[in-house]
Design a protein around this ligand. Structure first.
Ligand code: IDP
Ligand code: MG
Length: 152
């Protein structure tokens, strides 16, 4: 399987609730590689572009208000199958349907406060990465223990 990149964001509720280290740790422990990281309060323009696919939904305005209400941790993670695997680590959009052991399953109850975002496919991932990060903000590096996690 190809080495993929995906965009992950800890939403304002996750930051306010002190879940940053817990969530970062789950991706690190799984074995994915962090290649981009920033902490910012998104502008309305950025939020509207990021959630552009939902612009006709009844929850769109509330979603944009929420995501721009405070700082978020924006990240790019790299690894084999990382797009789909991250969605599994995150769990279902509705936290009450998310399995225990997933991030939403363990830390959320409400769809409008579901703690984390993850790209849902390869095209979304490349769109979201280029929306949130410049190429120069992504770091190519080799973790020293990589041979213990990747056979090749
Ligand atoms: P995802 O985050 O699991 O990819 P999407 O369907 O893409 O889920 O929705 C994007 C975000 O919009 C959700 O994570 C959630 O925060 C919010 N959202 C989706 N549906 C609803 C809803 O019915 N009410 C309120 N917020 C919603
Ligand atoms: Mg989505």
């Amino acid at each position: 399987m190809d080495r993929e990149k995906t965009f992950i964001a800890i939403k304002p509720d996750g930051v306010q609730r002190g879940l940053v280290s817990e969530i970062l740790g789950r991706f690190e422990q799984k074995g994915f590689k962090l290649i981009g990281l920033k902490f910012l309060t998104p502008s309305r323009e950025l939020a509207e572009q990021h959630y552009g696919v939902h612009k006709n939904k009844p929850f769109f305005n509330g979603l944009v208000e929420f995501i721009t209400s405070g700082p978020v941790v924006a990240m790019v993670w790299e690894g084999e199958g990382v797009i789909g695997s991250a969605r599994k680590l995150i769990g279902s959009t509705k936290p009450l349907e998310a399995e225990p052991g997933t991030i939403r399953g363990d830390f959320a109850v409400n769809i409008g406060r579901n703690v984390i975002h993850g790209s849902d496919g390869p095209e979304t991932a490349s769109f979201e990465i280029s929306l949130w990060f410049k190429d120069s903000e992504l770091t190519n590096w080799t973790p020293s223990d990589e041979i213990w996690r990747l056979e090749n």
